[in-house]
Design a protein around this ligand. Structure first.
Ligand SMILES: [Zn+2]
Length: 103
């Protein structure tokens, strides 16, 4: 009497080593997007140095910034990922307006 039901292999399922490679690729791309530990540290520093939303400030409003926006995308310019000149402190609504425009 078998203790386990027979395993029916799905022929379309990827082999485990292939899945592991896909996972590594995914990890690699998430690191290359630039949101690891060093980014979190950098982001905190930027928000401490520039606590106001830049876009709101330009329109004469004083709004607390809670997001740090990349001007040149880390994917395009990984060298500028942690460059204070390449980021803007923004509030949530200004940030979503910018990302909505594809910035
Ligand atoms: Zn704003």
């Amino acid at each position: 009497m078998p203790t386990r039901p027979p395993i029916h292999r799905n022929p379309w399922e990827k082999a485990p080593q292939e899945r592991a490679r896909a996972y590594e690729r995914e990890r690699g791309s998430s690191a290359s997007r630039g949101y690891g530990y060093d980014w979190r540290q950098f982001r905190e520093r930027i928000l401490a140095e520039r606590p106001l939303c830049q876009d709101c400030e330009q329109q004469g409003r004083l709004t607390a910034a809670s997001e740090v926006h990349h001007i040149a995308k880390p994917r395009a310019r990984p060298d500028l990922r942690l460059d204070p000149q390449n980021v803007a402190s923004l509030c949530v609504s200004c940030h979503s307006r910018r990302t909505g425009r594809g910035e």
